[in-house]
Write a protein that binds this ligand. Structure first.
Ligand code: TXA
Ligand code: MG
Length: 318
């Protein structure tokens, strides 16, 4: 079983040997390995049970440390990088062949991010390679926001989980790519679109589908709990399923008739809702309730990214 600890030297030594470990970031915990080492990258895919067509994000500590892997740094990308890194933003950048095809599924662009987490940054500064790190959950399941979440799901497959506090943002980074200087959002995430548009003007938001070659990871069903989960009007769902033990994940209203009820935020605070989303969903999934009922949150700010996760969690594909 993976040890949970705060020893950066241990983490570094394992990574240098080609091992993969749990890594805290401000968005969600990652499953990290040397992004330039195909053995380490293969291990990541294996541990996560992730298909090879779904590329990984490379994590680094500075813009200068990323440049050696690029053929160019698009102008708008650089503006965003300077404004929002370190932070919950991933940029798709044209890459050279120092990055193995396996890491970025053979695509012409690789995904890069500088995380805003003191432990992750301090580790990254001591490495002479970027860390490939997808979210540290089995493929398709709810993303982890604490070291314990990682241990529960992947603990028997990795040697170490570097511990930080609970992930502050709680949902994954916003992913942006550029075509002819036009910015496209491939995944809504922890960085609000309004902040991005204030910086570089209007951006295009890509709708996701289950077979989209440009954004291979944006599958329709994702973040899914094990129990059946339904999205809609909670009062209606509660009467429809009144014979069942219902676990309700609501935005700000309390539902007394639910068997269990977690409220994402009592004060209409979308950041708090994002921070609670995955851990609450996970706890409800681990409860003895029969089904989970949930509702969309207001579609503003981070609410859009939360709704994206909820909708995909509710595609009950078994
Ligand atoms: O917040 C985050 O981004 C977290 C933390 C650990 O940094 N990481 C994360 O990684 O969410 P992952 O692997 O769970 O999601 C990465 C997404 C996938 O949907 C993948 O398809 C997309 O990024 N992606 C990665 N590289 C890409 C590329 N070269 N082109 C298009 N999409 C890419
Ligand atoms: Mg993920």
């Amino acid at each position: 079983m993976a040890e949970i600890g705060t020893n950066i030297a241990t983490a570094k030594s394992l990574l240098c040997k080609g091992e993969v470990i749990g890594l805290p970031t401000e968005t969600v915990y990652g499953l990290a390995g040397n992004g330039l080492n195909t053995d380490a990258v293969s291990k990541i895919f294996e541990v996560k049970n992730r298909p090879h067509f779904d590329p990984l994000i490379l994590h680094s500590y500075s813009i200068d440390a990323i440049k050696p892997y690029l053929t160019e740094f698009p102008e708008k990308a650089l503006i965003l990088a300077k404004e929002f890194w370190p932070g919950p933003l991933t940029l798709l950048l044209p890459r050279n062949n120092k990055i193995p095809d396996l890491t970025c599924s053979g695509l012409g662009r690789a995904a890069f991010r500088i995380p805003k987490h003191p432990v992750a940054l301090s580790l990254l500064k001591q490495l002479d390679f970027p860390l490939a790190a997808p979210s540290a959950n089995p493929f398709g399941y709810i993303s982890p926001t604490s070291a314990l979440h990682v241990q529960k799901q992947l603990g028997d497959k990795i040697p170490y989980i570097l511990e930080g506090e609970v992930s502050e943002v709680g949902i994954e980074s916003t992913i942006i790519g550029f075509e002819n200087n036009v910015a496209t959002v491939y995944r809504l995430g922890g960085l609000d679109l309004a902040a991005i548009e204030e910086c570089i003007g209007k951006v295009k938001v890509m709708a996701h589908s289950s077979s989209q070659p440009d954004a291979p990871g944006m599958l329709k069903s994702h973040y899914a709990p094990t129990k059946k989960i339904f999205l809609g009007n909670i009062s209606d769902l509660l009467s429809e399923y009144k014979q069942r033990k219902t676990a309700v994940l609501s935005y700000r209203t309390t539902y007394k008739s639910a068997y269990l009820n977690y409220v994402l935020t009592e004060n209409d605070d979308m950041h708090e809702a994002a921070k609670n989303l995955f851990s609450y969903l996970r706890e409800l999934d681990e409860s003895d309730a029969d089904i989970i009922l949930t509702e969309e949150v207001p579609d503003i700010g981070l609410g859009r990214a939360i709704n994206d996760r909820l909708k995909r969690a509710c595609v009950n594909e078994y």
